[in-house]
Design a protein around this ligand. Structure first.
Ligand SMILES: Cc1ncc(COP(=O)(O)O)c(C=O)c1O
Length: 366
């Protein structure tokens, strides 16, 4: 009989936000569908990236540059960090998986928070290692608890900052203290997918930890503020020995030629970035004020999404929204909460109107 790897049963595949196409198939919608389930950029892609992308298409018969030379060198200039400290992946999820495959084995452990990016347990289980889950505290990472959970067997600690789905942040002081206490045999993955959205609060300059020689990978992505989620480009900073290790388990040509070219162009589009940030700030203010008006609790958001809590089960609310063509993300482990991506002004208004109607009982249970 055909046998899979024994640990395969432990892997719960990554569950993405529902696609617009899926909702069309399920409900036969012909009108507008609003997707606020995957923290995508409601402004779309940078026009500069789109123009570069269309030029790149005549070259797709050629393999991409496996080393992502041009993109790594531009990132190196921008972040004043040598290019051999940088790796590029097929989305930052690829780098998360590579780190797990490079550093974890079936006898080892990786520590993560009970509420954080759902790719971490997937990667840990694919590597056959043991996820050690630390409950969140005060709607954020419990860094003390994470430190206490580290043992001789721990090889990786994952912290997303801002946290997805909570949207809360670890401050610079907290992170400095934490990084200083993590033992030498542990690699800390500081996942900064929403880095560009965090305002001028006391946010850590995590790249410094890499420059100072700590065992840290700092992850960033082109999927969020750069609006390139569909092309799959993420990148990471770490010491060259860590970069070399993660690259050993990298699939050849994992970052396509159009993706590299579009990412390179997106880096130069400051206007698109500024506009995206401003749109997000306005949406954040609008949604949080409306949630307050509705008497709903939320975690103060630092990314491009809001973790909002209802008085009872949130799933029926998510279904009622879906029936109105609005896709939202339920949150595992928090049955009273939904994660709402911040959309355009029009999308946010439509979401609030629909929510008010649903909560007023016009479309009660579903
Ligand atoms: C914390 C966090 N890290 C990484 C990612 C994945 O990013 P990418 O599209 O670059 O794989 C996400 C996406 O939602 C995220 O929330």
């Amino acid at each position: 009989m055909l046998k899979t790897r024994a640990s395969l049963d432990k892997i719960k595949p990554y569950k993405p936000g529902k696609l617009i196409e899926e909702l069309v198939r399920e409900y036969g919608f012909t009108g507008e569908i609003i997707k606020l389930a995957s923290n995508e950029n409601p402004l779309g892609t940078s026009p500069k990236a789109l123009a570069a992308l269309s030029h790149s298409l005549t070259e797709v018969h050629r393999y991409p540059d496996n080393s992502c030379y041009a993109l790594r060198n531009r990132l190196s200039e921008i972040h004043e960090t040598p290019a051999d400290f940088i790796t590029v992946g097929n989305g930052s999820v690829e780098i998360i998986l590579q780190a797990a495959l490079a550093y974890l084995d079936p006898k080892s452990e990786a520590v993560m928070s009970s509420t954080s990016f759902i790719m971490y347990p997937v990667a840990i289980n694919i590597a056959g290692a043991k996820p050690v889950v630390v409950p969140i505290k005060d709607w954020g990472h419990d860094l003390e608890g994470i430190l206490e959970a580290i043992t001789e067997k721990t090889r990786i600690v994952f912290v997303d900052n801002p946290n997805n789905p909570l949207g809360s942040v670890i401050t610079r002081e907290e992170m400095d203290d934490f990084i200083g206490k993590v033992p030498d045999h542990v690699l800390v993955i500081v996942d900064e997918a929403y880095y560009e959205y965090v305002g001028n609060m006391d946010y850590p300059r995590s790249l410094h930890y890499v420059h100072e020689g700590h065992n840290v990978i700092v992850l960033r992505t082109f999927s969020k503020i750069y609006g390139l989620a569909g092309l799959r480009v993420g990148y990471g900073f770490a010491k060259p020995d860590i970069i070399k290790s993660v690259n050993k388990v990298r699939l050849p040509f994992s970052v396509s030629r159009p993706a590299q070219i579009a990412a390179l162009a997106a880096l130069e589009d400051e206007d698109h970035r500024d506009e995206s940030r401003a749109l997000n700030e306005a949406g954040k203010l609008f949604l949080t004020k409306e949630f307050e008006g509705m008497g709903l609790d939320y975690v103060p958001p630092f990314g491009n999404f809001v973790f909002v809590r209802f008085k009872g089960e949130a799933n029926p609310i998510a279904h009622a929204l879906e029936r109105r063509g609005i896709i939202i993300r339920p949150v595992g482990g928090h049955p009273d909460a939904l994660r709402v991506s911040i959309g355009s002004a029009d999308q946010n208004r439509k979401l609030v109107t629909a929510l008010k109607e649903i909560l007023a009982g016009k479309e009660a249970k579903g």
